[in-house]
Design a protein around this ligand. Structure first.
Ligand code: HXC
Length: 258
């Protein structure tokens, strides 16, 4: 499927999705978000795809929701259409692992999109921010909730109230990103991480996602019980026998998603 606002390539079981509206620093308009939802659904269905990397350009992952598209909308328009409701859900429905590879600006909806990935690898040029306050609105794709869970109340309030940007080093220190790499190596590093993941059992990778994401939704005791039951359940798979057997036989496991 060809897209106008995305470039999608599948190589070695990895689906690399590049946001591609360079004229607007990848601002998230209806078309881009619609195409992204479709690309993610296709990647989810495609049996060849075992991991997804979502990235932007060197200058911007995404500079936020498209302000020119939103500026004249009324409350009735945005509430009536539940603006960004379905778009936000689309990425969360993906069960395959998604790595956000962020260079340059990840602002507003761009920062929120990155935070909806399973983890973020940042280039040393990355700048994160929730500057919606400058536009007279608040975040609308989970920023006040997710950023607070990533970096704590004080930094989250600072970011949302002042609209300041956080550089890659601060983002790593604060726990927003898993690692920082030189900008020139961003895609290589993200693809290498995706390659590692794609050689695991997809069943186990999906279980990891469910368990970690559950930690945001339920009390600790429930989360721990959920994790333990998933751990137990995986003993019903051939991949558990293969993984443990391969360790004992001192060879590399060959997982078959069974
Ligand atoms: C529409 C945008 C845009 C945006 C940049 N552009 N961000 N267009 N929506 N969010 C456009 C500019 O208008 C300009 O177009 C071109 O991209 C290049 O941007 P410049 O501003 O000229 O570049 P620069 O001086 O380098 O500044 C980069 C920047 C700045 C700091 C990222 O563009 C900026 O502050 N952008 C807005 C960031 C923002 O407020 N994001 C939050 C949006 S609200 P022209 O045609 O003039 O060349 C939001 C709500 C989330 O995200 C709700 C849920 C999704």
């Amino acid at each position: 499927m060809a897209f106008e606002t995305l470039i999608v390539e599948i190589t070695d079981h990895i689906c690399l999705i590049r946001l591609n509206r360079p004229e607007a620093l990848n601002a998230l308009n209806t078309q881009l978000l619609g195409e992204l939802g479709q690309a993610l659904r296709e990647a989810e269905k495609n049996e060849k795809v075992r991991c997804i990397v979502l990235t932007g350009s060197e200058k911007a992952f995404a500079a936020g929701a498209d302000i020119s598209e939103m500026s004249e909308k009324s409350f009735v328009d945005v509430f009536g259409a539940d603006l960004f409701g379905a778009e936000g859900d689309a990425i969360l429905r993906v069960r395959k692992p998604i790595i956000g590879a962020v260079a340059g600006y990840a602002l507003g909806g761009g920062c929120e999109l990155a935070m909806m990935c399973d983890f973020i690898i940042a280039a040393d040029t990355a700048k994160f921010g929730q500057p919606e306050i400058n536009l007279g609105v608040v975040a609308g794709l989970g920023g006040t909730q997710r950023l607070t869970r990533f970096v704590g109340k004080s930094k989250s309030m600072d970011m949302h109230l002042t609209g300041r940007f956080m550089d890659a080093e601060e983002a790593e220190r604060a726990g927003l990103v898993s690692r920082v790499v030189p900008a020139k190596k961003l895609i290589e590093e993200a693809m290498a991480a995706a390659g590692k993941i794609s050689r695991k059992s997809m069943l186990t990778a999906m279980a990891v996602k469910e368990a970690v994401n559950r930690s945001y939704e339920v009390p600790l005791r429930e989360g721990i019980l959920f994790e333990r039951r998933l751990f137990h359940a995986l003993f019903a798979t051939e991949d558990q026998k293969e993984g443990m057997g391969a360790f004992l036989e001192k060879r590399e496991a060959q997982f078959r998603d069974k």
